[in-house]
Design a protein around this ligand. Sequence first.
Ligand code: ATP
Ligand code: MG
Length: 404
Amino acid sequence: MNTALLMIRYHEIALKGGKRPVFEKQLARNIDKMLKRTFGSDAPIKVLRQTGRILVEAPWDDENQAKAQQTLEKVFGISSFSPMRKVDTHIETIKTAALEEFQKAIAAHGMPKTFRVQTRRSDKVFPESSTDLDRIFGSHLHAAFPDLQVELKKPELRLGIEIRRNQSYIWSQKFPGPGGLPVGSNGKLLALMSGGIDSPIAVLQILKRGSPVRFIHFDGAPFVGPESREKAEDLVRLVNQYQPAPERMHTIAFGKIQEKIALVTDAKMRTVLYRRMMMRISCRIARRIKALALVTGEALGQVASQTLENLVTIDRVSDLPILRPLIAYDKSEIIALAHHFKTFDTSVREAADCCTLFGDRHPTIYSTPAEAEEQEKNFDVEALVNEACEKIESWTFQDSRHNS
Ligand code: ATP
Ligand code: MG
């Protein structure tokens, strides 16, 4: 089996000035962990940091290369990556290897009309500038394929050459990464995870900004079936593939609590009241697990509970910031992302959510905190929060290889 090599590029991290080494280390660590989750913890995978790049060395074949690519597409912080060939740093050796790689690329993808060579020197081993080297290698290729046009801006085939002191690297394919920042480079969050379309996408958007995410799910059992909780678990499995370590889901037995609230409150107010309870309980759990803020999949005006008035009423009981990455998204934009991240099919599986239990068909659109507080005089808020936090169940998702 050959040693396969991948070159990994990142751009946003490069902007982070003094923090750059921290972000680079985090990204390299995440690549290592996530590849080992795919290939096994004892797989001989080496992740090396070089100036402005990360190199991955692993003894794998074509099939494993495809699996590695699928994994790297989920590592936030990567802007793009390329399979590479390593050669000694001698002009003639590079020329010969460049031509071979060029021929291979043409055999695999067909004859292009235009091409360019793109050379990058991180070590000034050769006296020539990168542009001079582009010309030297480019004319070598041109001599073999005289009909091809050189096109600098949008070539159909681009051959990359990275010159380093002893070894140089040649690539012809570039795959996009997911962008963003490496997970673990920002503080921890607790996400309210329903079984819907929005919450997994909210989590993925915030994971992209580098925050690891734990999950909390409110289970309406015995008034909703197990399929609702199972759906939330399956969604957690899917989004956990984007974190270097799979995070837990805490499940709150919420159905009986909702029943108690429903017995003594106005039907029109119940959705807002349940959501205030969810926030109180989530704040309590967030402090327990040292999460700095909450995340929800709410979007302004999407449903009755998400008018600005109701969001204000809900926010009032949270003593932690509530991050709502989808606040300005249309449903169609969220659905497009759900297709992109492949969460859609799971999200649309039939299952009831607890939010509408014992509710009115036309819940209030314009609540005020005072109205909610008035209703909450009818039950013991603190006792119900305590009850919920005592009965918490926690699920770990250790090995996502068996779950995906
Ligand atoms: P989704 O598609 O994510 O379910 P939605 O548009 O159906 O969202 P709601 O049901 O009002 O909207 O929920 C808004 C947000 O509240 C969800 O995105 C999620 O963050 C949280 N949420 C709702 N129900 C639950 C639940 N049972 N457990 C945990 N969080 C929930
Ligand atoms: Mg929902």
